[in-house]
Design a protein around this ligand. Structure first.
Ligand SMILES: NC(=O)c1ccc[n+]([C@@H]2O[C@H](COP(=O)([O-])OP(=O)(O)OC[C@H]3O[C@@H](n4cnc5c(N)ncnc54)[C@H](OP(=O)(O)O)[C@@H]3O)[C@@H](O)[C@H]2O)c1
Length: 404
């Protein structure tokens, strides 16, 4: 793949990536048109697939119309007014608790944090400026003060603490999750929600750290929203408002089931597990065929993460293909079909394993082990010790920003 023409194409496309959006579209159009042999006029802003009515967009996603809510429809004053009688009790202060909690606080909403007093989160919350007795409480005390209970404990802890939490979720309160896990897999988690309260979900599509950094940059993360139970007739509106309040930019409507199935499936597949498996398989074959660790790493991970994947992220797969050499392009398009055919049955097995609850059982069993943290660290050490990732550490050390 490392042909000169490919490198030239990549350099030029990287330049395009730093160009304004309209210019970038023109570049892709030019590439497409060049392939089709037609001249291109510069494009004006895209408006075709988007229809907007009072801040709610209906977007045509490849032929399928979906409702997307946006932050622009919920300015700060409207949020403050909407939640003026509410106390948001955010239970748990891990990655999401930190990001969502600080964003709510910066938005000026009446938010309190509830965590166990002897845990690491209690200290972390204090470091972030939450004050014991003022806006930082023990879990039960926070729930008793809250009108909207945002359950951001770890998924395993949601199940473990449910017998204590459930009786406190009295009529008039709202229960909020950031993952459909607990109620959807209630047979295993035992999280059977009371029937007289609204139950809603806002699931940011990213780490809580990103929820926070995007908010601070004046942008917003994409989130899914869903309603599990609507007793007030206002559940969806509340989910949208909360989604904006915690730092979302755009909110995509889904169901609790679809959110949890796609999330568990995606992270086990292309987002994390599948991609790690592909990296390992490709690297091992290169090493077994006599290639050096640096060559195997560069051709498997470094070029992917540093050069090609950002191109896909910025402008799509055709853009990445168009930015590569004819040689690379031809082979990659042909082999993609074989990989798809080979891998699709594995992805179907994975979806079954998510939907039938097997993945939930494995997760709950793992998280309830008393030696859970030690077992996790042992696995991380095994990954760190793999030759591929040791080689990667050496490759990264040569990057200009890491050079001594
Ligand atoms: N992380 C993400 O990228 C992400 C993205 C989207 C959605 N979500 C969802 O957001 C929710 C929260 O996830 P997270 O990653 O932010 O949290 P997490 O790191 O998994 O857990 C956070 C909290 O759980 C508490 N906790 C753990 N065991 C407990 C127990 N037995 N009793 C009381 N508290 C306990 C911890 O308190 P201590 O410090 O006291 O142990 C900590 O405050 C989950 O539903 C998750 O699926 C996460």
């Amino acid at each position: 793949m490392a042909s000169r023409s490919a490198s030239r194409a990549l350099r030029s496309s990287l330049k395009q990536l730093s160009a304004p959006a309209v210019q970038r579209r023109t570049f892709v159009s030019a590439l497409n048109a060049a392939k089709a042999g037609v001249a291109v006029a510069p494009k004006v802003a895209v408006s075709g697939p988007v229809q907007q009515i009072r801040g709610i967009k209906t977007v045509d996603f490849a032929g399928s119309k979906e409702t997307v809510y946006e932050r622009a429809d919920w300015p700060r004053e409207k949020l403050l007014n909407y939640f003026k009688d509410d106390t948001l009790a955010l239970i748990g202060y891990g990655s999401q608790g930190h990001g969502q909690g600080l964003n709510l606080r910066d938005n000026g909403l009446n938010v309190i944090v509830g965590v166990r007093k002897n845990g690491a989160s209690w200290k972390e919350a204090q470091q972030d400026g939450w004050v014991p007795g003022t806006n930082l409480f023990d879990i039960n005390e926070a729930i008793s003060k809250g009108t909207i209970i945002m359950n951001l404990l770890s998924d395993a802890a949601q199940s473990e603490t449910w017998p204590a939490i459930k009786p406190q979720l009295t009529k008039g309160k709202t229960l909020y999750f950031s993952h459909g896990f607990s109620p959807v897999f209630k047979d295993q988690t035992k999280v059977e929600v009371p029937t007289d309260i609204d139950v809603i979900l806002v699931a940011p599509k990213g780490s809580g750290r990103t929820v926070r950094t995007l908010f601070r940059e004046g942008r917003g993360i994409n989130s899914s929203i869903a309603v599990y139970q609507d007793v007030t007739g206002k559940a969806e509106e509340k989910a949208v408002a909360l989604g904006v309040a915690v730092g979302s930019g755009y909110l995509y409507k889904t169901t609790f089931e679809k959110e949890v199935y796609s999330d568990l499936y995606g992270e086990r597949g292309c987002l994390m597990g599948g991609i790690h498996g592909m990296f390992l398989a490709q690297y091992e074959v290169l090493r077994e065929r006599g290639h050096s660790p640096s060559e195997a790493f560069n051709e498997t991970v470094e070029e992917a993460t540093q050069s090609l994947y950002p191109l896909i992220g910025a402008n799509g797969m055709d853009y990445m293909y168009a930015a590569c050499s004819t040689t690379a392009r031809r082979g990659a398009i042909d082999w993609s079909k074989r990989f798809k055919e080979t891998l699709k049955p594995v992805f179907n097995d994975l979806y079954d394993s998510v939907k039938n609850g097997t993945e939930t059982k494995l997760t709950l069993d793992y998280a309830s082990r008393p030696d859970y943290r030690e077992a996790f660290e042992k696995e991380m050490q095994e990954i760190r010790d793999l030759e591929i990732w040791r080689a990667g550490k050496a490759v990264r050390s040569l990057r200009p920003e890491n050079a001594q």
